[in-house]
Every structure is written in structure tokens, then in C-alpha cells.
Design a protein around this ligand. Sequence first.
Ligand SMILES: *Cc1c(COP(=O)(O)O)cnc(C)c1O
Length: 227
Amino acid sequence: MIKDQIEIVQSRIQAALSRVGRTDPVILIAVTKNHPVSSMRDAINNGIIHVGENKVQEALRKQEEFPDNGATWHLIGHLQTNKAKMAVSHFDLIHSIDSVHVLQAVQHAAAQIQKVQDILLQVNIAREESKFGMTVEDFPEICKLASTLPNVCVRGLMCIAPDMENVEDVRPIFRIAHALYENMKHTFMEGQIQYLSMGMTHDFEIAIEEGANMVRIGTAIFGSRNY
Ligand SMILES: *Cc1c(COP(=O)(O)O)cnc(C)c1O
């Protein structure tokens, strides 16, 4: 079941890439939040390398229960600064750096364990009040600040598009995200900015058509979540 769903998602990714003539790879992050470790195990046994969780505690529980998972761990949900220390010791890439406050907390926590933490900067392009993320206006300034911090390494940009009735309506949001992503490359060292994380179950094909190279997919792989 999960195996089939992964195959379907992979072929939809390939189809979206070929529609726009892209041949570069897209990283598929299987979003395991609210799903049991057995589902994560199943996904990893069927080729998944990247897993995404939106809560630090839930990820820690799963890492304890499944220690030899071999996966690359992505934190995709808002990070409370009092959990920064745990986040830096348990995640490979933190997508949800959504304010200067969180950025500085992660810098501080990473310095304490002498780690350079890979991060993405989360931008709230549609200015949704219900979502975290820095504004497009603040973004260049925060990039500049981040480039001076020794224990974080900015690897790209993350965004969550609004839930639109007509999914085509998110395309302009993804287009802005892509432009910001290309632009931020000038602020950092050559080759450092590599990941444009956008696209979820309902909109990942449009995100890929607009340049995403990291997609975060839960429902299309694991089915709907029980809260
Ligand atoms: C839950 C979540 C996803 C996955 O959502 P699906 O619609 O189930 O694919 C992706 N990104 C973030 C930030 C999430 O919180």
C-alpha cells in the first residue's frame, strides 16, 4: 500500500518535471507526522530516505523507537525556541526558521554542541495570519544576518502555499518563492543555496513546475492523518 503510493508519487514528480523540461532531481520528503513508526519503517523499506516531522517531541519518540532508521530528518513545523537545543541535536535540516528570534535560538543551540546546523528560511509569501514565516520585505535583511552566523548554514527557502479552492491559484505564490530563492544565492557562498522546499500533497506538481526541488508529502503516501 505505502509502497504503491510512493511509486505513484514518484511518477507524478517525474511527470511534473518533464512537463517543464527539467532533468534535475527532486527530493521527496515523506511527512510521517501523526503516523506510527510502523508506517515510517514501511516507507524506509521502500526507498524513502528523507522523513519530515513537524514536532520535535514526536520525532524524538520515533527516533528512540526506530534507532537504526538511517533516514535524513527534516523539521518542517514551527520551532519553539525552548526546543531549539533538541532540534539541533536530532534534525539534519530545519526548514522552519520563520523569524530572527528562532534563527538566533538555533545559532545559540548549535554553538553549544559545536554543530553547524543546516537550515532553510521560511517565508510567508501570502501573508497568511494563520501561518508562520518571515515577510518578503524582511527576507533580504534576515538573509544578511544569517550569513554572518557561524553555527547555521542557510541552504535555501521553504514556503507553505495557502489552501486555495482552485490549486492553480497557488502558482503565483510559488513563482515568487522561486524568484526569492534565486535572488538569495547572491547573499551566500557559491553553491550553498540548493533547496527550494515547497509543495505538499495537493499542490506539489505545481510547485515542481515552478522550480521546487524538495517536496514534503504526507497524505499522498500515508493516507489521511487521525488527530
Ligand atoms: C503536514 C505538512 C506537510 C504534508 O502535508 P500533506 O498535505 O499531508 O502532504 C507538508 N509540509 C508541512 C509544513 C506540514 O506541516
